[in-house]
Design a binder for this molecule. Structure first.
Ligand code: ZN
Length: 202
């Protein structure tokens, strides 16, 4: 199983990171060990002092495919979940400055909290609202109408580079409003009004 994460897929987020809106999708990967499920707590790692949340809609691939045409891409996922792409922003800044790969900043242990539950896409509106609540306050809100590259486009693009397999996950990018988490925070993620995850930072 692989986890593919899309970068800069919402214009307002690209802007807050002082980067340009990309002309084609940008992606990176996380290993299976980055998953954190069942609302288990996230233990703040000792190697970073600046862990940021990025709340993202997650697609679960349900059939094998490569070189998937955009017009057929909708057949390759039926369920939608919610995850966080935890990012060690301090390490990422150093990687960026030195032109190094991002794995230490993005792919570390439990850097991908994920909802246990996935929702059938037919039970969701075309334009999906999602949000993150920390300690009772909404800190991040998104709607998939603001995606730069649609779900179908992402699947088509990524599948040119490698075979997508059943169970692979695509984190589709974060909207604006990323920020830090602190020890003691309680994070609740919602798709529409449905609670998808609820866990603590320890
Ligand atoms: Zn992200």
């Amino acid at each position: 199983m692989k986890i593919i994460c899309i970068g800069k897929n919402y214009a307002e987020h690209a802007k807050e990171m002082n980067s340009k809106v990309p002309e084609k999708p940008i992606f990176f990967m996380k290993p299976e060990t980055s998953l954190l499920q069942r609302n288990n707590p996230f233990f703040y790692p000792e190697f970073s002092n600046e862990i940021h949340y990025e709340t993202e809609i997650v697609l679960k691939i349900n059939r094998l495919g490569k070189y998937i045409e955009e017009k057929f891409a909708h057949r390759y996922f039926s369920e939608i979940g919610l995850g966080i792409d935890f990012t060690a922003r301090d390490l990422q800044a150093e990687c960026k400055k030195n032109g190094h790969p991002w794995e230490i900043a993005k792919a570390f242990e439990h850097s991908a909290p994920l909802s246990e539950q996935f929702i059938n896409k037919n039970d969701l509106p075309e334009q999906i609202n999602f949000k993150l609540d920390i300690n009772g306050k909404i800190v991040q809100k998104g709607n998939t109408k603001d995606l730069i590259f649609s779900f179908d486009k992402l699947i088509s693009y990524v599948s040119q580079f490698f075979t997508l397999k059943i169970g692979d996950l695509i984190f589709t990018g974060t909207p604006a409003g990323v920020g830090e988490v602190k020890i003691g925070d309680r994070l609740k993620g919602f798709i529409e009004e449905k609670l998808m995850f609820d866990f603590e930072v320890k």
